[in-house]
Design a protein around this ligand. Structure first.
Ligand SMILES: Cc1ncc(COP(=O)(O)O)c(C=O)c1O
Length: 370
């Protein structure tokens, strides 16, 4: 007799599920802690929350929650913000939904998608979910090796997934190298350039890649309101690509895939670019503090371009467990087989200090005398 699992499609039954960071609520339930006392540095969220303009925008319209959402205004705002037409955008329930749409529209059994070892786990998950094959290319210094990614493309390749900066490693490929890569990739292979952490890049690294989507008809940029904009809980992200790709993705999405609250929040957040700058500067200061402290403890970490730092530790389960007992959530990386690394999001300065103090205590490294 067949089990229910036998009834499932084999490639789905064999999926390794995505393991998210523990939530504040779950830790509070587990250790009977006050949720307000918990420090969460596990999911690369903006610790300051969204722009104050967001809550005003959402609460204003709560009374109309009986109506289905209308995305017109957000599409118009994105188009204005980027200086492109609205037909270059698709908005999703987080950029994860966009990754899912891309896989469902373009991949099936017999196709393959190329990605890097240590690249954001959702790429390989989405590829497997639709029955396509993952071609995973070894990383170079924990980052993407563009020449190996290019070499891996074969006649069955439909997509190359790239995260820049990458999560969980924080690595970054300078944009001129990505531009050369795009010139070298055949135009019938899609390149998905996931820029979830784009706004955290410093001006010397940033390039306005939205201008590239008319140059490369096979380029899809994905961005999100979950990170610097502080709207992770409202689930809103988007893609920028040429209209032909966008139309195909639009066919596959659910009619009302994003809530009214999410749409209004994103529009308000997008209009407050001063907030984005302030949050990005705060992140740089937080990163400088955390990495400076790690240096002083001689703890290795990967150079990072995001709002998190990935730290090398001898006993990851022990450190994570002791952190949890102290009400601090950091992120082990089982999905990536990075058994000697943890990823720690930059928090508020007080949270960063609490994390460093806990790490010193757990590893028995004393504070240097000033
Ligand atoms: C590289 C990368 N891409 C995409 C996402 C998905 O974000 P969201 O679905 O919240 O937009 C994340 C979230 O952590 C990420 O790190």
């Amino acid at each position: 007799m067949k089990t229910t699992t036998d009834l499932a499609l084999a490639h789905i039954a064999q999926l390794q599920p995505y393991i998210p960071g523990m939530s504040i609520e779950e830790l509070a339930r587990t250790y009977n802690l006050d949720p307000d006392s918990i420090i969460k540095l596990a999911s690369n969220e903006n610790p300051n929350g969204p722009s104050p303009m967001v809550s005003a925008a959402i609460t204003h319209d709560l009374a109309h929650s009986n109506r289905y959402p209308d995305g017109y205004d957000l599409y118009a705002s994105l188009a204005r913000h980027y200086g492109l037409e609205t037909d270059h955008f698709i908005v999703g329930n987080g950029s994860n939904e966009i990754l899912d749409l891309i896989a469902r529209v373009f991949l099936s059994a017999g196709d393959n998608a190329v990605s890097s070892q240590y690249a954001f786990f959702v790429y390989s998950l989405e590829t497997q979910l639709v029955g396509a094959t993952n071609k995973i290319v070894p990383a170079i210094n924990y980052g993407h090796d563009l020449s190996k990614l290019k070499e891996a493309i074969d006649e069955h390749t439909k997509i190359v997934w790239i995260a820049n900066p990458n999560n969980p490693t924080g690595t970054f490929i300078p944009y001129p190298e990505i531009h050369s890569f795009l010139e070298a990739v055949p135009s019938d292979v899609l390149v998905v350039l996931d820029e979830a952490y784009y706004e955290y890049l410093t001006p010397d690294n940033k390039v306005e890649t939205q201008g590239w989507v008319d140059e490369f008809c096979n380029l899809i940029l994905t961005r999100t309101f979950s990170k610097v904009y502080g709207l992770a809980g409202l689930r809103i992200g988007y893609a920028i690509a040429n209209p032909e790709i966008i139309q195909l993705l639009q066919r596959a999405r659910q009619p009302f895939n994003v809530s009214t609250a999410g749409l209004l929040a994103a529009q308000a957040a997008l209009s407050d670019q001063d907030y984005v700058k302030t949050a990005s500067h705060a992140n740089q200061a937080g990163l400088a503090y955390v990495t400076g402290q790690l240096d002083s403890m001689n703890i290795p970490y990967l150079p990072t371009f995001g709002n998190f730092v990935t730290i090398e530790l001898i006993d990851v389960p022990d450190v994570c467990q002791k952190m949890l007992q102290q009400g601090i959530i950091i992120r082990p990386l089982p999905n990536y087989a990075m058994t000697h690394h943890v990823r720690v999001t930059v928090g508020l300065q007080s949270e960063n200090e609490a994390f460093i103090a806990a790490l010193r205590e757990i590893l028995a490294i004393t504070q240097p005398k000033i």
